[in-house]
Every structure is written in C-alpha cells, then in structure tokens.
Design a protein around this ligand. Sequence first.
Ligand code: ADE
Length: 992
Amino acid sequence: MCSSGKYLAFLSLLGSIVSDPGTTNRVVLLDTTTVLGELDWKTYPVNGWDAITEMDEQNRPIHTFQVCHVMEPNQNNWLRSGWIQRQAAQRVYVELRFTLRDCNSIPWVSGTCKETFNLFYLQTEEPLSAATRFRPTDYAKVDTIAADESFTQTDLGDRVLRLNTEVREVGPVTRRGFYLAFQDVGACIALVSVKVFYKRCPSTVRNLAVFPDTVPHTDSSSLVEVRGACVENAEERDTPKLYCGADGDWLVPLGRCVCSIGHAEMDGDCRACKPGSFKAYSGNTECSKCPSHSSSHDQAATICHCDKGFYRAIKDSSTVACTRPPSAPRNLVSLINDTALFLQWTPPIDTGGREDITYNVLCQRCDGRDGDSGVTQCEPCEPDLRFIPRPLSLTATSVAILDFATHVNYTFHVEAANGVSGLGVSPRSLANVTVNTNQAGPALVGVVRKDWASQNSIALSWPEAEKLPSEIVDYEVKYFEKEQEQLSYSSTRTKNPSVVVTGLRPSTVYVFHVRVRTAAGYTAYSPNYEFATAAEDPDISDQGQVLVVVTASVGGFSLLVILTLFLLITGRCQGYIKARMKSEEKRRTRFRAGHVPFSGIKTYVDPDTYEDPTQAVEEFAKEIDPSYICIERVIGAGEFGEVCSGRLHIPGRMDIAVAIKTLKGGYVEQQRRDFLREASIMGQFDNPNIIRLEGVVTRSRPVMIVVEYMENGALDSFLRARDGQFTVLQLVGMMRGIAVGMTYLSDMGYIHRDLAARNILVDENLVCKVSDFGMSRVLEDDTEAAYTATGGKIPIRWTAPEAIAYGKFSSVSDVWSYGIVMWEVMSYGERPYWEMSNQDVILSIDEGYRLPAPMGCPVTLHQLMLHCWQKESNQRPRFNTVLSFLDKLIINPSSLLTLVNDLQSYPDSPDDMPDYPLFISIGDWLDSIKMSQYKNNFLAAGYTTLDSISTMSLDDIRRIGICLIGHQRRILSSIQSLRLQLHHIQQSGFQV
Ligand code: ADE
C-alpha cells in the first residue's frame, strides 16, 4: 500500500510548481490548474482513481488524481475527463504532469506493480449523457505513457520531487468535442495537471498589415498562406502575405502595406501628420515639415498651402517651397545704331525664390498726342518689328530690335516673369524705357521711279544704294492702296533695284516705299511714292499677268519634271518593275533585308515568309567549310545541342574566336529548320551591339551556327559573379549598348520578345550585344518562359502586360523588357520580382506596382525604368528616345549622382511620377549652347534627336540655313564634342 499521508504532502508542494508558461501561439482548451470549481471527472470503477482537491495558499484549488493499487493484480482503473470542446483545433496537444513511483522502491510488488499508464480519447458531437455507460472499447488509444523520472521512498523523505511532463498529439479531431481517458493497470501515479491545447499562428501586424489568428494545416509539412489586411490609413504595395507553420509560427513575410498620403508610420500604425507637416505620397516615409512659405493647419495634411502672396506653378511638386513673382528688371538701357536697337537690363533683385526667370519685351509707339487732352497717344508697335532672338520668354537679359521706323518714339516695357507670374493678383514686374529713333540710319534709297504700269502691275526701279556700311542683302518694297490708309499693306523683296509688283487692282493709286536690307540690318524707308495702275480695258493684254503666267508655267513645268522623276523613282517606278517580276520574286523583293527603301531603314525579313526556310538560310548566312572551324571546348548546352567555343580560320583572314552552336544528331527536319532559323534572322543584322553571325555549316554533319565569341558570356551571370564591382557609369554604358542594339532591331521591324539579361552577351571590353533570336516565335528554349492562359509560352517577369494578356508583342513591349534588363543590370543580376510567383507578378503589375529601384540606383535611371513600364504601351518611350536619354546621362554624369535611396519621398509607380525632364531635345541642346534661335532650322530639316545631329558636317549646318560663321563654329564644335564623347564611351567599353 502507498503511504497516502506522505503522498498528499508531496501533492501540496506541487501547487506552487504547476503554472502555464503561457505561449501566445497556443490556445488552451483545458487546464486543470486553473479550474476553480469541481472538475467532475469520472472514475471507473469508482474506487480506482482518487480525485483529491486541496487549496493552495491563495485559496485556489489544486486538482489531482492519484491511483496506487500496486499490490493487487489485474488492475484496470479508468479516469475520464469532462467533455472538451474542440473549437478551431484540428490537432490537439495533451500535456500531462505526473509523478510515478519506482516499483523497485516498494517491497513485495514485483509481480503486480507497473510503471506506465495509457492515454485514450473519444470524439463526440455532444457531451455524453450521465446515463451513458462507460465502455473502454469506445476509446481510441493515443499512447502508453512512461515516466522519465520515477521517485522512491527516500526521495519522498528527502522531499525531492520528480515531476514528469509528457506531451502527446491527439487527432486529427473533427467532431465538436472529445473526452480524454487515463487507464491505470497497476501503477502508483499522481496526475497533477492536464493541459489540453492546440496551436495557432496568433494574430499579428507585419509591414503594416494585420494577419488574423490562423490554425495550421493538420498536415504539418504544408503551410497556410494568409493574406494580410492593411492597418487603417495604409494601402497595399505588394500583396502582404504570411505563411502559418505547423508550430504556430509565422513564416516568409511577403509584400507590404505603406502609409497613405497624410499619414506616416509610428509603432506599427499609420498616424496622421501633425499640423505644420504633410505627406504628399503614400509610402513608408516620414511626414515632412511644410516647405518655406507654406503651412498646414489640419492633421493628416497631404499638401501645405501657400502663404498669402506665394504660389506654386502647375509643374511644381507639392514638396517644394512656395514662391512669388519676381520684382522688376533693373538698369534697363537702350542703345541704337543705324539699323538696330538694343535693350539691356539686369535681373531683378528678388527672383521670388525661383530660378525660371524669363523676360518679355512689350513695345508701344507713342508718337502722337491726343488733340483735346494733349495726352500722349500710344498704340501697339508695328507687327513686323523684329526681335532677336524673340520678344517673349527671353532667358538672357538683352534683346535686339530691327526693322523699326525712324522718327518714332517707342516705349519698351521689359517684364520679368517666373513660373508663378500671373497667378494671384500681384502687379506685373515691369521696367520701361522710351527710345526715339530719330538718330537711326538714313534712308539710303534714292528716287523711286515707275517704269510702266498695267491694270494689275506696276514696274518700279531706283538707283542702286551706295556707301552702305555692309553688303546689300536685298531691297524691301512695302505698298498699300492709298485709300486704305495703310490698314493693310503688302511687301515684296528683290535682289535688284527694280521690281514688278503684280496682283494690283486696276485704276488704283498705291503708295510705295523702299528700304535696303544689309547684313547689319535695315536702313530707314524711302519717302512714300504714289503710283496708279492702268484703267480697265479688255483689249489690252496685261504684261504683268503674262509674266505671272509664264513664271507659273515655268515653275509648273519644273514641278512636273520633279514630280515625274519622283514617281518614277518611288512607288510608281517600283510598281512598273515589279509588274514584270515573278510573283515569288516580288514577295521576296518586298521583304528582303538589305533592301533599303526610301526611308533609309533596312527591313527585317521573317524567315517564315519563305516557303522553303532553307532558302532564307542560304540568302542570309554564309556557308562555312567545317575544316576552317576548330572546336576547343564545350561552354554550355542549348535546346538543340551543345554550345562550344573555338576558332574560325578562313584562309586569307585573321583567325577569330567563335562560339559554335551545334545541332545534336537524330534531329527531325522541323528541328533542323528551327535551329537554323536563328541564323537566318541573325544574318540579317549588322550592328556592333547585335551578336554577329559568322556563318553556318549545313552541308555536313554536325549542322552548326558560328557566331562571334563573347568572352564574358551571359550578362546576368556575369553581373552576379562581379557583384558591386562596376561604376554606375559602366553599368549605364552596358545599358546603352543594349539600347543601341534594340534601336537597330526596332528600326528593322524586328521584335525580340525575349529581351532579358540572360540573352545579352558581354565581350572582353564589357560591350553588350543582344543575342538569342531563334526562339523569338515560340520561346521553347527559355526556361523562364511559362505557359499563359492563352496557351503561349512567355517569360512572364520580362514581358509587358499586353503581351501576356493577349499576345500583343511590339517594339514597345520590347521596351518594357528593356526596363527589366535595366533593373537586372542595376541590381547585378538579381531575379526580377525575386521569388514571387508568376501569378503574383501579373497581379501586382496590374495593380500598378513596379520594381523598386535597386540599391545605389540613380533616380534618373529608375525613372527611365518606370517610364518603360507604363501600362499604356504608347506612353512608353521608343528605343531611340531611351538611347538619347542614356546619352544625356553619360554626357552629364552629375545626373547620376542622386540615388533613389537619398530621396525622402519617391514614387513607386509610373502613375506617380513627377513631371521629370526625361529626354533631351534639340531645343535643350541649342538652349545650352545659347543658339536657341536655330531650333526651327534643325526641326524643319528633320533633325529631331541628338543622335541625328551627331553626324552633321559644316556643310549640313550651312545647308539648314545657319549663315553666321561664328554660329556655325559654335554649333559645329558642340557637335564635335558630343560626337567625341559618344565615340569614347563606345570605344572604351565604358571603362570610364
Ligand atoms: N554562349 C552562347 N553564345 C555565346 C557566345 N557567342 N560567346 C560566349 N558564350 C556564349
């Protein structure tokens, strides 16, 4: 028999030991140590287990169950818990704390004493009624429980307690509740506490997203994916997700929420910005103090409003200071010589806090006095007054004025303006000066004579002007009907001191005056001369008209000749030649590469348009004698066979390193065609940034494609291996090379469809070349390509949304991929969108999110990426624009100094992009060299990109109408330096 007195003493000690460590990823369904009332557990037979309840020092009950019939054989004592509700549990854990006495320490019990007990359970939808008979066979066994530590009589004496804790997993549980049962078969046990719990991932807030309590899967090897909901005043960036693991731990946080505008993160919450601060963009940035001259009075401001008298221009971002219009220009002076009038001034004292000051020159003629009031009468100046460079939006502080009348008082108002002029009610900032032109040059045209007059024409002549300070350019004859009193006038120019003025009305008096234009400007007008046209007489032939008709017919004839020539050379002539061709030949002529149509751009020929693709290979790829090829080693494997490196030695030529793609044996004809397709595409290209085809071997085995060897292999792996080792300028140089290649391809009308860093090869000088053309149709070879809903195989992470959604591939979908390549380059070969699933990538792009700037990425480059990732394909830049922009960055490396990480608030999506001056134009360039006056000359001659001007010669510059030698020189030297820089960058492999 057990000594129950000692045993109870031991139990009372346990009261203070049993406590719940309380972990938050457990939900306790039952804990006998915290039950205050009766436990009401049942024992079978009633004298088997003993329920003992004692009170601890705080008067809390300690429920224990003990059994110790070690001397009697065949014990079968059951203890059954109350009904335990399952709640959300799928698997439950039972933690038992108990003591078990060592049989060796009890004399005479060797046959009957046991040192284990058994744990059972029974699931039910409802608690069993009190009348239900206990049937051990209804219960399922969980396990036999043995003690890790048993105790002896001596231990009791020494008050050494050996408490065991065992945990067993029960389940899966599916019914609404269950019972536990403990079977004793003859041991001496005290069951001190029973705790039943299940595990769950507790509700949590991560990355500003709230995740609810989540119960793990019953299958411990699979995770439960849980989508988080953004906290108040936050919005999703990438879908926030966590995975709930079997042990109730949250794993793999993905995505995030960011605080909305007007709110910033504090202690896991998005708190409203305080008055005096604001936040204009959503994102995890702080609220910013209101910029100068602005304030916010409410909480959660998204913008600070300008103080009275201060403004923001439409293009100003809400994060910049408010500004005001400038004060008036200072020290306005005029200077006049024979032919030109100059105004000069100094900038205003107060620029209003802005740098975009411009000046407008307004002119009035004030040479009459009102008869009654004697007040000076002013009227707007003559519209043909010429302002050099222009009257409005001047950036310099001077202007020249030509073609003014003599003996006139002109008043010039010079207005200083900036981006906020005209906003609000501030007065205009003007400085005025009055100039009297009496001192201007004399009229240098002598007496004007009428030589003859007809009904519609008058012939005039005058003596050749002499003693002019500079060479005569031409004469201007101004005339108007006398009766019309100069309401409307006409003018004509002539190189000679005579003119036939045509298109006049019969029997009408006209007023004429003439002036001379010299290289230095105009002289004053001659006095007015009045001449009349002849009276109407139907019999008199009009010489003037004859002249006009003759001129027109001569002109018309030339036009006819030119037109005929043009038509012969262009469409009609081609149509004529083509009509004589065989139809097959015709088709090929239309598409043939190397055929340079009038646009000057070669077009790409799709080899699939050939009935026999072998013909395309013959046309575009050279056959190489295999004895010229020496294969050295295998460098990779493609879809069709091995890729080797080796040397190509064509007699009479230097031998060169080559890469050799082989077609493995046992191929079928279709495979051979697909393999050679790449060669017939590549063979059409000739560009330093496109991998060069050396030739093919098709007449012997193995079939081979031989291309130039690229020492550094594929760009993605190259960058990964050289992480962090290049300057930003070198990386931009690589991107530039790819942009050159892609500009060429898109000009040829070729769509790549699989532009990615893995398909760019790098040579020993870091020159990047676009490769991998074979699979542009099917993408079978690309392990990144996944099947889409429409059945196509597409490299999702690199592909524009419209191409994924409905197969709309184009050069602008290639531009999207180019943006991804830029990101790969700047992140040294990181995988775009990391480990996100393809589905998540598609969804997040659709929601408007874009890859963030890689570490150390200049703002300008990330903006270009975002530009390439515009959802609307027609809003993406074209490759030539991308190229001009990169050139601009390379030429002006300070544009690469501001890194995205340095910026306080920065948009993540193209929609949020500020208006940023992304692309340098001819206009920007001319402004920068102070030659803005020639913008129209360049544009009219078709020069629209920096690239296009880089090849201009002095002759070209003259041809577009730039006549002043100083200006020609300035423009040419700027073009030369531009060209030099581009050349240097290209040649040096960007090791700048
Ligand atoms: N791998 C595939 N093509 C290659 C080439 N042209 N040079 C080097 N490695 C390559």
